[in-house]
Write a protein that binds this ligand. Structure first.
Ligand code: 48N
Length: 312
Protein backbone atom coordinates (compact mmCIF):
# COMPACT_ATOMS: atom_id res chain seq x y z
CA UNK A 1 0.00 0.00 0.00
CA UNK A 2 1.34 3.43 -0.94
CA UNK A 3 2.45 5.41 2.13
CA UNK A 4 -0.18 7.91 3.31
CA UNK A 5 1.36 11.31 2.72
CA UNK A 6 0.27 14.04 5.11
CA UNK A 7 -2.30 15.92 2.96
CA UNK A 8 -1.88 19.61 2.18
CA UNK A 9 -4.93 21.80 2.56
CA UNK A 10 -7.36 20.07 0.15
CA UNK A 11 -7.93 23.12 -2.05
CA UNK A 12 -4.29 23.34 -3.01
CA UNK A 13 -3.39 19.67 -2.89
CA UNK A 14 -0.53 19.07 -5.29
CA UNK A 15 0.47 15.60 -6.38
CA UNK A 16 1.77 14.51 -2.98
CA UNK A 17 4.38 12.14 -4.31
CA UNK A 18 5.80 14.78 -6.65
CA UNK A 19 5.72 17.24 -3.79
CA UNK A 20 7.28 14.67 -1.51
CA UNK A 21 10.20 14.20 -3.90
CA UNK A 22 10.49 17.98 -4.44
CA UNK A 23 10.34 18.76 -0.73
CA UNK A 24 12.12 15.73 0.70
CA UNK A 25 9.24 14.12 2.54
CA UNK A 26 10.34 10.93 4.23
CA UNK A 27 8.91 7.70 2.81
CA UNK A 28 6.30 7.19 5.49
CA UNK A 29 4.91 10.64 4.67
CA UNK A 30 3.71 11.48 8.14
CA UNK A 31 7.14 12.44 9.57
CA UNK A 32 8.56 15.19 7.41
CA UNK A 33 12.15 14.65 6.40
CA UNK A 34 13.47 17.47 8.56
CA UNK A 35 16.97 17.74 9.79
CA UNK A 36 18.21 20.23 12.36
CA UNK A 37 21.83 20.14 11.53
CA UNK A 38 24.19 23.08 11.15
CA UNK A 39 26.78 21.29 9.11
CA UNK A 40 25.29 22.15 5.74
CA UNK A 41 22.32 19.76 5.76
CA UNK A 42 19.54 21.69 7.55
CA UNK A 43 16.18 20.53 6.10
CA UNK A 44 12.72 22.09 6.70
CA UNK A 45 9.33 20.43 6.43
CA UNK A 46 7.78 21.20 3.02
CA UNK A 47 5.56 24.21 2.42
CA UNK A 48 3.42 25.61 -0.37
CA UNK A 49 3.47 29.43 -0.49
CA UNK A 50 -0.31 29.60 -0.49
CA UNK A 51 -0.34 27.70 2.82
CA UNK A 52 1.54 30.58 4.48
CA UNK A 53 -0.92 33.19 3.20
CA UNK A 54 -3.92 31.11 4.19
CA UNK A 55 -2.50 30.44 7.67
CA UNK A 56 -2.32 34.21 8.27
CA UNK A 57 -5.50 35.26 6.47
CA UNK A 58 -7.68 32.65 8.15
CA UNK A 59 -6.58 33.63 11.64
CA UNK A 60 -6.41 37.44 11.22
CA UNK A 61 -9.76 37.86 9.51
CA UNK A 62 -11.46 35.37 11.82
CA UNK A 63 -10.17 37.54 14.66
CA UNK A 64 -11.47 40.73 13.01
CA UNK A 65 -14.84 39.09 12.43
CA UNK A 66 -15.08 37.78 15.98
CA UNK A 67 -13.87 41.06 17.60
CA UNK A 68 -16.23 43.32 15.64
CA UNK A 69 -18.16 43.07 18.91
CA UNK A 70 -15.79 43.26 21.88
CA UNK A 71 -16.35 43.75 25.60
CA UNK A 72 -13.56 46.29 26.04
CA UNK A 73 -11.46 48.12 23.46
CA UNK A 74 -8.15 49.60 24.64
CA UNK A 75 -6.80 52.29 22.32
CA UNK A 76 -3.02 52.56 22.56
CA UNK A 77 -0.55 49.88 23.63
CA UNK A 78 1.88 52.08 25.52
CA UNK A 79 2.78 51.49 29.16
CA UNK A 80 -0.65 52.63 30.38
CA UNK A 81 -2.62 50.66 27.79
CA UNK A 82 -0.58 47.48 28.28
CA UNK A 83 -0.71 47.70 32.10
CA UNK A 84 -4.47 48.14 31.79
CA UNK A 85 -4.79 45.18 29.43
CA UNK A 86 -2.72 42.96 31.75
CA UNK A 87 -4.75 43.76 34.87
CA UNK A 88 -8.11 43.57 33.10
CA UNK A 89 -7.41 40.34 31.24
CA UNK A 90 -5.99 38.69 34.34
CA UNK A 91 -8.89 39.83 36.54
CA UNK A 92 -11.60 39.03 33.97
CA UNK A 93 -10.61 36.17 31.65
CA UNK A 94 -14.25 36.11 30.50
CA UNK A 95 -13.95 39.51 28.78
CA UNK A 96 -13.14 39.89 25.07
CA UNK A 97 -10.42 42.56 25.22
CA UNK A 98 -9.28 44.11 21.93
CA UNK A 99 -6.22 46.38 21.81
CA UNK A 100 -5.87 48.78 18.88
CA UNK A 101 -2.34 50.11 18.39
CA UNK A 102 -1.45 52.55 15.60
CA UNK A 103 2.23 51.69 15.54
CA UNK A 104 3.66 48.59 13.91
CA UNK A 105 5.60 48.26 17.19
CA UNK A 106 3.46 48.46 20.34
CA UNK A 107 4.96 49.92 23.50
CA UNK A 108 4.61 53.64 22.84
CA UNK A 109 7.21 55.65 24.76
CA UNK A 110 8.20 52.80 27.09
CA UNK A 111 11.13 51.42 25.09
CA UNK A 112 13.48 54.01 26.58
CA UNK A 113 13.72 55.88 29.90
CA UNK A 114 14.33 59.58 29.15
CA UNK A 115 16.35 61.43 26.50
CA UNK A 116 16.96 58.14 24.69
CA UNK A 117 18.65 56.69 27.78
CA UNK A 118 17.63 53.11 28.46
CA UNK A 119 17.10 52.66 32.25
CA UNK A 120 13.47 53.06 33.41
CA UNK A 121 12.63 54.78 36.73
CA UNK A 122 9.51 53.66 38.59
CA UNK A 123 8.51 55.33 41.85
CA UNK A 124 7.21 53.25 44.74
CA UNK A 125 4.59 51.78 45.23
CA UNK A 126 4.33 51.10 41.47
CA UNK A 127 7.33 48.76 41.85
CA UNK A 128 4.81 46.21 43.11
CA UNK A 129 3.52 45.86 39.55
CA UNK A 130 7.06 45.09 38.35
CA UNK A 131 7.31 42.42 41.05
CA UNK A 132 3.98 40.95 39.91
CA UNK A 133 5.27 40.81 36.33
CA UNK A 134 8.62 39.38 37.42
CA UNK A 135 10.62 42.34 36.05
CA UNK A 136 13.89 42.66 38.00
CA UNK A 137 14.98 46.09 39.23
CA UNK A 138 17.49 47.86 41.46
CA UNK A 139 16.06 49.45 44.59
CA UNK A 140 17.14 53.05 45.16
CA UNK A 141 14.90 53.83 48.15
CA UNK A 142 11.93 55.98 47.00
CA UNK A 143 12.13 54.52 43.51
CA UNK A 144 13.44 51.51 41.61
CA UNK A 145 15.29 51.29 38.30
CA UNK A 146 14.70 48.68 35.61
CA UNK A 147 17.98 48.19 33.75
CA UNK A 148 16.30 48.68 30.35
CA UNK A 149 12.81 50.07 29.69
CA UNK A 150 12.38 47.42 27.02
CA UNK A 151 12.67 44.76 29.74
CA UNK A 152 9.43 46.08 31.27
CA UNK A 153 7.66 46.67 27.94
CA UNK A 154 8.59 43.35 26.36
CA UNK A 155 7.64 41.48 29.56
CA UNK A 156 4.18 43.04 29.95
CA UNK A 157 3.60 42.82 26.18
CA UNK A 158 4.46 39.13 26.04
CA UNK A 159 2.21 38.34 29.01
CA UNK A 160 -0.70 40.35 27.57
CA UNK A 161 -0.43 38.69 24.16
CA UNK A 162 -0.26 35.25 25.76
CA UNK A 163 -3.64 35.77 27.43
CA UNK A 164 -6.36 33.92 25.49
CA UNK A 165 -8.99 36.66 25.84
CA UNK A 166 -6.76 39.44 24.47
CA UNK A 167 -6.17 40.28 20.82
CA UNK A 168 -4.06 43.17 19.53
CA UNK A 169 -4.40 44.82 16.16
CA UNK A 170 -1.19 46.82 15.70
CA UNK A 171 -0.49 49.03 12.66
CA UNK A 172 -4.18 49.85 13.07
CA UNK A 173 -5.44 53.29 14.07
CA UNK A 174 -8.59 54.43 15.79
CA UNK A 175 -9.58 57.29 13.52
CA UNK A 176 -12.93 58.09 15.02
CA UNK A 177 -15.31 57.18 17.82
CA UNK A 178 -18.79 55.66 17.58
CA UNK A 179 -21.16 57.98 19.47
CA UNK A 180 -24.74 56.89 20.23
CA UNK A 181 -27.54 58.20 22.39
CA UNK A 182 -28.09 55.89 25.36
CA UNK A 183 -31.45 55.08 26.93
CA UNK A 184 -31.08 58.14 29.18
CA UNK A 185 -30.63 60.36 26.13
CA UNK A 186 -26.92 60.88 26.88
CA UNK A 187 -24.22 60.79 24.21
CA UNK A 188 -22.32 57.54 24.84
CA UNK A 189 -19.10 56.26 23.25
CA UNK A 190 -20.07 52.83 21.97
CA UNK A 191 -17.11 51.75 19.89
CA UNK A 192 -14.26 52.82 17.69
CA UNK A 193 -13.74 53.46 13.99
CA UNK A 194 -10.54 51.87 12.72
CA UNK A 195 -8.36 51.78 9.66
CA UNK A 196 -4.87 50.59 8.78
CA UNK A 197 -2.63 53.36 10.14
CA UNK A 198 -1.01 53.90 6.74
CA UNK A 199 -4.49 54.55 5.38
CA UNK A 200 -5.52 56.75 8.30
CA UNK A 201 -2.44 58.90 7.70
CA UNK A 202 -3.15 59.16 3.97
CA UNK A 203 -6.78 60.16 3.73
CA UNK A 204 -5.69 63.31 1.91
CA UNK A 205 -3.92 61.35 -0.80
CA UNK A 206 -6.93 59.22 -1.81
CA UNK A 207 -10.66 59.69 -1.36
CA UNK A 208 -13.14 57.27 0.19
CA UNK A 209 -10.76 54.90 1.98
CA UNK A 210 -13.55 54.17 4.41
CA UNK A 211 -12.89 52.59 7.79
CA UNK A 212 -13.97 49.57 9.79
CA UNK A 213 -15.80 49.62 13.14
CA UNK A 214 -15.55 47.73 16.43
CA UNK A 215 -18.33 48.10 18.99
CA UNK A 216 -17.93 47.68 22.76
CA UNK A 217 -19.70 48.93 25.88
CA UNK A 218 -16.41 50.29 27.28
CA UNK A 219 -13.56 52.03 25.47
CA UNK A 220 -10.31 52.80 27.29
CA UNK A 221 -8.23 55.50 25.62
CA UNK A 222 -4.50 55.57 26.39
CA UNK A 223 -3.14 57.32 23.32
CA UNK A 224 -0.45 59.35 25.06
CA UNK A 225 0.38 63.04 24.68
CA UNK A 226 2.63 63.02 21.64
CA UNK A 227 3.33 61.09 18.49
CA UNK A 228 1.44 61.17 15.16
CA UNK A 229 -1.92 60.63 16.89
CA UNK A 230 -1.23 61.61 20.50
CA UNK A 231 -4.23 62.40 22.68
CA UNK A 232 -6.50 61.23 19.86
CA UNK A 233 -9.69 60.70 21.84
CA UNK A 234 -9.28 63.89 23.90
CA UNK A 235 -8.98 65.91 20.68
CA UNK A 236 -11.91 64.06 19.07
CA UNK A 237 -14.11 64.75 22.11
CA UNK A 238 -13.44 68.48 21.53
CA UNK A 239 -14.11 68.35 17.78
CA UNK A 240 -17.39 66.47 18.34
CA UNK A 241 -18.48 68.90 21.03
CA UNK A 242 -18.39 66.32 23.84
CA UNK A 243 -15.58 68.30 25.54
CA UNK A 244 -15.52 72.09 25.55
CA UNK A 245 -11.73 72.42 25.19
CA UNK A 246 -8.49 70.61 25.91
CA UNK A 247 -6.88 71.22 29.30
CA UNK A 248 -3.44 71.04 27.64
CA UNK A 249 -0.63 69.30 29.50
CA UNK A 250 1.21 71.54 31.94
CA UNK A 251 4.94 71.75 32.70
CA UNK A 252 6.95 69.06 34.39
CA UNK A 253 6.34 68.41 38.10
CA UNK A 254 6.86 64.77 39.02
CA UNK A 255 5.36 64.99 42.49
CA UNK A 256 2.13 66.58 41.22
CA UNK A 257 1.88 64.82 37.88
CA UNK A 258 1.97 61.15 38.83
CA UNK A 259 -0.80 61.08 41.47
CA UNK A 260 -2.92 63.39 39.27
CA UNK A 261 -2.83 60.91 36.37
CA UNK A 262 -3.54 57.87 38.55
CA UNK A 263 -6.26 59.49 40.66
CA UNK A 264 -7.73 61.30 37.64
CA UNK A 265 -8.13 58.14 35.53
CA UNK A 266 -11.89 57.89 35.03
CA UNK A 267 -14.83 57.67 32.65
CA UNK A 268 -14.54 61.14 31.08
CA UNK A 269 -17.70 60.73 29.00
CA UNK A 270 -20.17 57.82 29.22
CA UNK A 271 -18.49 54.74 27.78
CA UNK A 272 -14.97 56.25 27.52
CA UNK A 273 -12.32 55.85 30.21
CA UNK A 274 -9.18 57.95 29.74
CA UNK A 275 -5.80 57.08 31.25
CA UNK A 276 -2.05 57.60 30.96
CA UNK A 277 -0.58 60.73 29.46
CA UNK A 278 -3.60 61.37 27.23
CA UNK A 279 -5.37 62.38 30.43
CA UNK A 280 -2.86 65.19 31.01
CA UNK A 281 -4.01 66.73 27.71
CA UNK A 282 -7.68 66.26 28.66
CA UNK A 283 -7.39 67.60 32.23
CA UNK A 284 -4.45 69.98 31.91
CA UNK A 285 -2.41 68.12 34.52
CA UNK A 286 1.36 68.31 34.71
CA UNK A 287 3.75 66.02 32.92
CA UNK A 288 6.11 63.84 34.90
CA UNK A 289 8.89 63.24 32.37
CA UNK A 290 10.92 60.00 32.53
CA UNK A 291 9.21 58.20 35.39
CA UNK A 292 6.71 55.48 34.54
CA UNK A 293 4.98 54.39 37.74
CA UNK A 294 1.92 56.51 37.02
CA UNK A 295 1.52 54.86 33.61
CA UNK A 296 1.40 51.43 35.21
CA UNK A 297 -0.85 52.47 38.10
CA UNK A 298 -3.21 54.52 35.92
CA UNK A 299 -3.55 51.59 33.54
CA UNK A 300 -4.50 49.38 36.48
CA UNK A 301 -6.95 52.06 37.67
CA UNK A 302 -8.51 52.16 34.18
CA UNK A 303 -8.96 48.39 34.31
CA UNK A 304 -10.73 48.67 37.66
CA UNK A 305 -12.96 51.46 36.30
CA UNK A 306 -13.86 49.29 33.30
CA UNK A 307 -14.84 46.40 35.58
CA UNK A 308 -16.90 48.76 37.73
CA UNK A 309 -18.80 50.04 34.69
CA UNK A 310 -19.36 46.58 33.21
CA UNK A 311 -20.61 45.23 36.53
CA UNK A 312 -22.90 48.19 37.28
O1 48N B 1 3.57 55.67 25.61
P1 48N B 1 2.38 56.36 25.05
O2 48N B 1 2.57 57.58 24.24
O3 48N B 1 1.31 56.77 26.18
P2 48N B 1 1.15 56.23 27.68
O4 48N B 1 0.16 57.14 28.31
O5 48N B 1 0.93 54.77 27.69
O6 48N B 1 2.61 56.47 28.34
C1 48N B 1 3.14 57.78 28.32
C2 48N B 1 4.60 57.68 28.64
O7 48N B 1 5.28 56.99 27.59
C3 48N B 1 5.17 59.08 28.73
O8 48N B 1 4.86 59.90 27.87
C4 48N B 1 6.17 59.38 29.81
C5 48N B 1 5.70 58.96 31.17
N1 48N B 1 6.51 60.78 29.71
C6 48N B 1 5.81 61.74 30.20
C7 48N B 1 6.23 63.12 29.89
O9 48N B 1 6.11 64.00 30.76
O10 48N B 1 6.75 63.32 28.74
O11 48N B 1 1.57 55.27 24.17
C8 48N B 1 0.42 55.65 23.44
C9 48N B 1 0.22 54.63 22.35
C10 48N B 1 1.31 54.70 21.26
O12 48N B 1 1.84 53.41 21.04
C11 48N B 1 0.58 55.22 20.02
O13 48N B 1 1.06 54.65 18.82
C12 48N B 1 -0.83 54.76 20.29
O14 48N B 1 -1.01 54.91 21.69
N2 48N B 1 -1.87 55.59 19.65
C13 48N B 1 -2.92 55.08 18.96
N3 48N B 1 -3.25 53.81 18.68
C14 48N B 1 -4.38 53.62 17.95
N4 48N B 1 -5.15 54.63 17.48
C15 48N B 1 -4.83 55.92 17.75
N5 48N B 1 -5.60 56.92 17.31
C16 48N B 1 -3.66 56.18 18.53
N6 48N B 1 -3.04 57.32 18.96
C17 48N B 1 -1.96 56.93 19.64
Amino acid sequence: MAPSVAPLTPEIQESPLLLAKKNGLSNNGTQYDVNESYDGDYRFAPIEEAQVSRAMIKRYFNMMYERAVSDVVIVGAGSAGLSCAYHLAKSRPDLKITIIEAGVAPGGGAWLGGQLMTPMVVRKPADRFLTELGVPFEDEGPFVVVKHAALFTSTVLSKVLAMPNVVMMNATAVEDLIVREDFQGRQRISGVVTNWTLVALNHDTQSCMDPNVITAPVIISATGHDGPMGAFSAKRLVSTGLLKELGNMRGLDMNRAEPAIVNGTREVVPGLIMTGMELSEHDGSNRMGPTFGAMMASGIKAAKEAMRILDS
